[in-house]
Design a protein around this ligand. Structure first.
Ligand code: IPE
Ligand code: IPE
Ligand code: MG
Length: 241
């Protein structure tokens, strides 16, 4: 699928994954606290999500909290947990209006009960929406997801291990989503930090220097322009090359 953005014809990926990064440094540059940086980042995330879905992109995965992020100060972790609760409650209306289904990837432990409750409520209320998916990776780790899938597989008495395919294994992941086509990490860091290890297998990577609170619609358009220029070979060889 293609679309016209700012007068340019671009390819529209099915699944875009974004590592929301740089909130802390964005705040520091402005003499603000890290908490204020997260407030700005999540305000931007709400706006950006509406735009991305308006382009016809089916799935957006956001990395909003890693299993490793619990290493941060209690003040910062608590603030982020409060942001997630507020986001789940306040954005329900917008997700319903836009027909977006919200899903979550990650472990329950050690999330606070209020986050688990708000998360589950949003997922249940939007479960029948059909206009696109937002996948929040919250308390998420790529290796944890693969281990959890392996455990589910081991517990499945009907699994046919001898003939197990990649498609079969993917059914045990938190969600069976299409592979990531475009993976964006803001703030100039050039690493995956344990994000969607299985699903990012053949993703195109894009690393803008812009920190997430400043990553707006025009920056996303630029990512699509770059994605359109990529030659995706999936291990094969193009006949015309
Ligand atoms: C947001 O950015 C990441 C989370 C929401 C956990 P950071 O908090 O990692 O910002 P930097 O990398 O310190 O700038
Ligand atoms: C990755 O960012 C996790 C999220 C954005 C949620 P981090 O800022 O935690 O990653 P590192 O520590 O720089 O690799
Ligand atoms: Mg960071």
């Amino acid at each position: 699928m293609t679309a016209n953005v700012n007068g340019q014809l671009v390819k529209i990926p099915r699944h875009v994954a974004i590592i929301v990064d740089g909130n802390g440094r964005w705040a520091k540059e402005r003499g603000l606290t890290r908490m204020q940086g997260h407030d700005a980042g999540f305000k931007n995330l709400r706006k950006l999500t509406e735009y991305i879905h308006s382009l016809g992109i089916e799935v957006i995965s956001y990395y909003v909290f890693s299993t490793e992020n619990f290493k941060r100060s209690a003040e910062e972790v608590d603030h982020l947990m409060d942001i997630f609760v507020k986001l789940c409650r306040h954005e329900l209306k917008t997700f319903m209006k836009n027909n977006i289904r919200v899903i979550f990837s990650g472990r329950d432990e050690p999330l606070p009960a209020k986050v688990i409750a708000a998360r589950n409520e949003l997922a249940i209320k939007t479960a029948n929406n059909t206009g696109g998916i937002v996948n929040f990776c919250l308390n998420y780790g790529g290796r944890a997801e693969i281990i959890d899938a392996a455990k589910k597989l081991a517990a499945d008495k009907d699994a046919d291990l001898d003939n197990l395919t990649e498609q079969d294994f993917a059914k045990y992941l938190y969600h069976d989503l299409p592979d990531v086509d475009l993976m964006i990490r803001t703030s100039g860091e050039l690493r995956l930090s344990n994000f969607l290890l299985w699903q990012n297998s053949y993703a195109e990577f894009y690393f803008p220097k812009t920190k997430f609170p400043d990553f707006h619609e025009a920056d996303f358009d630029q990512a699509l322009v770059e994605y359109t220029l990529r030659d995706r070979r999936f291990g094969g060889i193009k006949e015309d090359k």
